[in-house]
Design a binder for this molecule. Sequence first.
Ligand code: LLP
Length: 385
Amino acid sequence: MTNFPTEKFKELKTPFYYYDMSLLEDTLSLVKKESEKYDFHVHYAIKANANDRVLEKIRSKGFGIDCVSGYEIQKALEVGFSPDGIVFAGVGKADWEIELGLKHDIYCFNVESLPELEIINELAAKNGKKARVAFRINPNVQADTHHYITTGLDENKFGISMPDLESVLDRMKELENVQFEGMHFHIGSQITDLDNFKDLCTRVNELQEWFISRQLFPKVINVGGGFGIDYDDPQNNPISDFASYFKVFKDFLKLKAGQELHFELGRSVVGQAGNVISRVLYVKEGVKTRFAIIDAGMTDLIRPALYQAKHKIESLSASSDAKKVRYDVVGPICESSDSFGKAIDLPELKRGDFVALRSAGAYGEVMVSRYNLREEPQAFYSDDF
Ligand code: LLP
């Protein structure tokens, strides 16, 4: 549960990100405890949040890291993640990014196509290296989430499709500078129905046999990330049920002796620890609606505009027994999609009141833009108050 030091906020320029570092700590401790029960390995998906203080805490817990660009690899190294805990995915790895990974001997390249595999082999040969690779396989498993963030269906651009697998595998056997590590999957993000992960396990079990029948043993199975968080009730449900999540894989995935199971969790690790804190600028009576215009916009948190995501909006200034009024909560950006919620009942707002946009720790600060030439929001941390 996050407590907001609203009095202290009065000195600060809004909007800003506020991180509850003890919630992050508790979340990380639970992820560690539940994954270690089964000897599972967690790589944090840095794309969800690359804030230095957040990364530092995650690193200090000993997690590996999942990167999707050379810039993320550079960042991970700067913060002190060990190269042997770095995995590198992405459909469009540029040559310099592959060479950076090779130079630092990162643990594994998650390969998404045959042409990419050829280039990794070529660059590895040029640099006198052998690259560890896992095949990112598009398992064609449905994930019940927003269509912009499903990734494991035939129509998505990600991964090697099942029909192509055989030819990629045959070619790999001829390549001398790549070494097969295993299989990689990621079916989508913000998945709260654990049945989706059971379906993934079923597919992985089938594929495992397929590989083994072709004399290739996947030493590592990486099932990606995607575990969701409770956007509706972050206060009462601040940490996702990691015990049940990891248990699905324990129960449904048929791991062979000597095999490792890897995860790439982003949102569920950092999502609830971050909030956007904003001030109400104006309350405007429209013809049909009453608008609460706040100083945070889609430039600070793009998820509502981009995915129709709902982030809980809370007043931090009004007492909880104050009269409730219905608002459309909007930002200052010159776009109609710059809206955080329609018909939201909040304690009556006035100019200068603080509101929190909750659950903004994942895909929040990393997706900030400077549209309208706005300043990037600063970040503050509960530890410092
Ligand atoms: N591994 C791979 C290969 C991924 O593509 C992703 C996320 C993850 C792991 C981490 O997934 P997570 O545990 O965070 O669900 N910007 C969107 C989400 C995009 C997710 C992209 N891939 C949003 O704000 O909802």
